[in-house]
Design a protein around this ligand. Structure first.
Ligand SMILES: [Fe+2]
Ligand SMILES: [Fe+2]
Length: 260
């Protein structure tokens, strides 16, 4: 198979054929093996992960040696617009989403304590879990994920592997929320705890993918005008959600005082 054919294959397929490549990618902090999808094409990996130019040459040389141990094959470098260093300098709309992630991560950090204190028998216990699920459904999903899916993604080809990966995470999260609601209905503490735990496991990796890969990549590919439009749209959405956002923030702060 030619190098061009390999460059156009999904990373997961490449890793299945050459497991050693997963380890190499890991060394460059490209966690395709654990991404869960690995749909991104090998040729796009360095761009998606914004690998430094010197590291790109080294990484591609190592990959080509695994694929073709007996011959020397040069993998063409991607074209670069500029030599900017990898420093997550977000545009204003991306900054907003990154700061929303901070509140979501604070909630995720509280989940072990929420599970420890699960109580589906008392009004107080039910109120706590209702507020937690309200945060997940309304702040993290309806408000934040909707900004991603209904606004930011609309500027891109929705068939892109990276966007599909993010969307699939959102779908997985929604399935856990549905199961949480059923667990409350059935007064099934174990099922509720299991779904909260699964949710808390998905979110940190999901947020990392967005903060470190998706948002910087979107910023590199949006025009200044599109960034401006996205920012105004986010402001409108936030205006409508202001009171609710405040309620969710107060809930997280209260839990932190209570549990930490
Ligand atoms: Fe997301
Ligand atoms: Fe997000």
């Amino acid at each position: 198979m030619s190098i061009e054919e390999y460059l156009n294959k999904g990373v997961k397929e490449i890793i299945t054929e050459f497991p050693e490549i997963e380890q190499i990618l890991d060394e460059y902090e490209i966690g395709c093996g654990t991404c869960g999808e690995g749909l991104c094409l090998l040729k796009d990996i360095v761009e998606i992960h914004d690998v430094d130019e010197d590291l790109e040459a080294e990484l591609m040389l190592r990959i080509s040696k695994v694929i073709y141990p007996d011959k020397s094959v040069v993998i063409p470098k991607r074209r670069r617009e500029n030599q900017e260093k990898k420093l997550f300098k977000y545009s204003p709309p991306m900054k907003k989403m990154v700061s929303e992630h901070v509140l979501i991560k604070r909630w995720v950090a509280l989940i072990p304590k929420v599970i420890e204190n699960l109580d589906l028998e008392t009004e107080e216990g039910l109120q706590l879990i209702d507020q937690g699920i309200d945060f997940i459904r309304n702040y993290a999903d309806k408000f934040h994920h909707a900004k991603e899916e209904d606004e930011a993604f609309k500027y891109f080809d929705e068939n892109l592997a990276m966007i599909q990966v993010i969307r699939k995470d959102h779908v997985r999260v929604r399935a856990h929320v549905k199961a949480m609601l059923e667990a409350i209905e059935n007064k099934d503490k174990d099922a509720l705890a299991a779904n909260l735990t699964a949710y808390a496991e998905i979110l940190p990796e999901h947020i990392k993918k967005e903060d470190e890969i998706l948002f910087p990549w979107m910023d590199r590919n949006l025009t200044t005008q599109q960034v401006g439009r996205l920012y105004s749209r986010f402001n409108e959405i936030e205006d409508d959600f202001r009171t609710a956002a405040e309620r969710h923030r107060i809930f997280i702060e209260r839990l932190e005082t209570e549990f930490c």
